[in-house]
Design a protein around this ligand. Structure first.
Ligand code: DGL
Length: 281
């Protein structure tokens, strides 16, 4: 199976795109709703929670895990890839969302190599909107300086947006005020593209799109991650072969399963059932 992990239900925005682009693969989605949001937590805490989630997905039979959560990708991916997997799970793979998102933001093709030139690459400024922890990690900055050093990166933490989405406040004058609070200073700096670098933010996309001038592109991550995961699977046939293809999807949450199923059904536009699970703490 492909495991898809997010701190909460927002990661279903990524799962939805993955299923559209890669429909046959059996998938297990895990939301650590009991401990979400991760966005203001410390590095060590996010790393520990993410490792527990990844190990749980491995134990369920996932050979490949996608960290749909930007905060988890920013804080835990490198350590898991470089230290945990080689020592404990050499046959498994964990991928994140930062690198593929940076490729798309910079106008680069999937799997772009630092130093290569591409006619599609853009110059000027780009912006990433993300949680406080993602911005503080500078993971987007680190990847962008490797792949597209010609670009200037604006990073804006938006700590009040996840609570808005959790409360279902996706539209209206109050929401608009909180959107403008973080969007206006970014727009004033004239980026060409703005990336919504958090799984919850695509749910605010219609309202964000109305507030951002039309000449600035607003990128959501779902399609970016799906396109680049498809590319990764083509390049890694040994890993792709291990994935089962019964078209099944399972949903698991660490908090109330009925609450999650209701939220998930609204987001995905179809009924779902979820199971409550306990991670090894
Ligand atoms: N899933 C997180 C992310 O993509 C946002 C929600 C949270 O703060 O846990 O960064």
């Amino acid at each position: 199976m492909i495991g898809v992990f997010d701190s909460g239900f927002g990661g279903l925005t990524i799962l939805d795109s993955l299923q559209r682009a890669l429909p046959g693969y059996d998938t297990l989605f895990l939301a650590d709703s009991a401990r979400a949001p991760y966005g203001a937590r410390s590095h060590d805490v996010i790393h520990g929670y993410t490792l527990e989630a990844v190990e749980w997905l491995f134990d369920q039979g996932c050979t490949l895990v996608v960290l749909a959560c930007n905060t988890a990708s920013a804080r835990a991916l490198r350590n898991i890839q470089q230290l945990h997997l080689p020592a404990h799970r050499p046959d498994r793979r964990v991928l994140g969302v930062v690198r593929p998102s940076v490729e798309a933001l910079a106008g680069l093709p999937p799997g772009a190599i630092p130093g290569e030139t591409h006619p599609s690459a853009i110059t000027g400024s780009v912006a990433v909107l993300a949680t406080e922890s993602t911005v503080a990690s500078d993971s987007y900055g680190i990847e962008l300086r490797k792949l597209a050093p010609q670009l200037h990166l604006i990073q804006q933490p938006c700590p009040l947006w996840v609570p808005l989405v959790e409360a279902g406040e996706l539209e209206g004058p109050g929401t608009e005020w909180f959107l403008r609070r973080y969007l206006d200073p970014v727009v004033a700096q004239g980026p060409q593209r703005i990336l919504l670098g958090c799984t919850h933010y695509p749910l605010l996309y219609p309202a964000i799109r109305r507030l951002v001038p039309p000449h600035i592109e607003v990128l959501s991550q779902g399609e970016i991650i799906a396109e680049r995961l498809a590319f990764w699977l083509r390049k890694h046939a040994d890993q792709e072969k291990k994935l089962s293809r019964g078209g099944q999807v399972r949903f698991a949450t660490t908090d109330d399963s009925e609450w999650f199923a209701r939220r998930g059904a609204r987001l995905l536009g179809r009924p779902i059932t979820a199971e409550r699970v306990r991670l090894k703490g």
